[in-house]
Design a protein around this ligand. Structure first.
Ligand code: NDP
Length: 341
């Protein structure tokens, strides 16, 4: 694989989105941050339109001086650039039913996650551009880093080029939201989706189970719930380790640990045989993520996620996780800490 291109401010020509109507569908985490950043980068307020249902998000956008509409069909008619910044699971329904029928020819659709484009859940017309500008940051950081004059990591790609300048538009957007300051990395919806879903369905589930099993083994050996919770995560030591890994290096951060710890971690990891884990990871990546199996499974339960209580599949999963030995122990420890404070 050749090294990915990294685009900086100098690669962007923001004039290609000036004078265009920019519509944000959604004013939540990413929508609020990106709309404000774009305005502060010199896109006139009158060229920005927020499409949102009439509620607290709409009110927030108005308070910040934006024009807001809940008439999505009319917003689609005027959009030269359309940001899809509502939750991934509702995007297909809202976009396909309320934007596609009246969408202007040559409109550039901007996604901040590869999911719906990779799994072909959006009914994209051949006359539309499709680009991905996907910050690797939560919305509040997208805004606060911009305000501090700093950039943030972001993936950028051109997925469908109907007008011949879709990549130029994607780079102008990346610049205007403040991403090219730190370098926007060339990617694709396939790569973004593969990495995102792999982390969510392979890496982090293993980390959850790793912590649960470690907790159980140490508890059986006589360690208290209180000591274990603090030792394993409540002290924030793991958070600090990851912060140093991001700043200094995944391996080099080990140098901050004691010599006993460094020796134990390096010799222990080199002794472990990761081949079974690798097989498991490959299975999840190819037979669950890339082949669309998870997407089909998730589509089936997606509408139930709006239900309340036990009928909501996510609530059921939370209940099971909270009933685990680790979950129960943490609840006991936290209630004791609260009652003594
Ligand atoms: P949010 O959960 O913050 O979205 C909230 C917005 O979506 C509100 O404007 C809300 O308005 C609107 N919305 C929710 N449901 C509906 C609906 N059924 N119909 C119309 N509007 C709806 O989204 P995020 O900002 O978290 O995510 C947006 C995109 O950004 C996603 O593609 C996500 O993957 C991506 N992303 C998110 C990151 C994050 O930090 N959260 C990081 C990087 C990318 P209302 O409910 O009033 O209609």
């Amino acid at each position: 694989m050749p090294a990915a291109k990294i685009y900086y401010d100098a690669d962007a020509n923001v004039s290609c989105i000036k004078g265009k109507k920019i519509v944000f569908l959604g004013f939540g985490n990413q929508g609020a941050a990106q709309a404000q950043n774009i305005r502060d980068s010199g896109i006139p307020n009158e060229d920005i339109l927020i499409a949102n249902r009439e509620d607290a998000y709409a009110e927030d956008a108005r308070q910040r001086g934006f024009t807001v509409t809940d008439d999505f069909e009319s917003a689609a008619k005027v959009a030269d650039v359309l940001f899809l910044l509502i939750p991934d699971q509702v995007q297909p329904r809202v976009f396909n039913e309320r934007f596609v029928p009246t969408l202007k020819e040559g409109c550039t659709i901007v996604v901040a996650s590869g999911y719906n484009v990779f799994y072909k859940l959006l009914n994209i017309h051949p006359t539309s551009n499709v680009v991905m500008v996907a910050p690797r940051m939560i919305g509040s950081s997208v805004r606060s880093l911009y305000e501090k004059g700093k950039g943030f990591p972001c993936f950028v790609s051109c997925e469908q080029d109907a007008t011949g300048n879709a990549l130029e538009i994607a780079l102008a957007i990346s610049y205007a939201i403040g991403a090219t300051k730190a370098g926007a990395i060339e990617s694709s919806v396939r790569e973004e989706t593969a990495m995102d879903l792999f982390a969510e369905q392979a890496l982090w589930p293993n980390i959850i189970v790793l912590f649960q099993q470690a907790f159980s083994v140490l508890k059986d050996a006589g360690c208290s719930d209180e000591a274990l919770c603090y030792e394993m995560w409540m002290s924030k030591e793991p958070a600090e380790i990851f912060e140093r890994a991001a700043e200094e290096g995944f391996i080099s951060q080990l140098k901050h640990h004691s010599t006993v710890s460094q020796y134990g971690q390096l010799s222990g990891s080199l002794r472990l045989d990761g081949s079974a884990l690798r097989k498991h990871f490959e299975d999840i990546l190819h037979n669950q993520v890339l082949n669309g199996k998870f997407c089909k499974e998730f589509s089936k339960i997606e509408e139930d996620l709006e239900k309340k209580g036990d009928e909501n599949p996510l609530e059921q999963l939370y209940k099971k996780a909270e009933a685990s030995e680790l979950g129960q122990a943490e609840a006991r420890v936290r209630s004791r800490l609260q009652s003594s404070s």
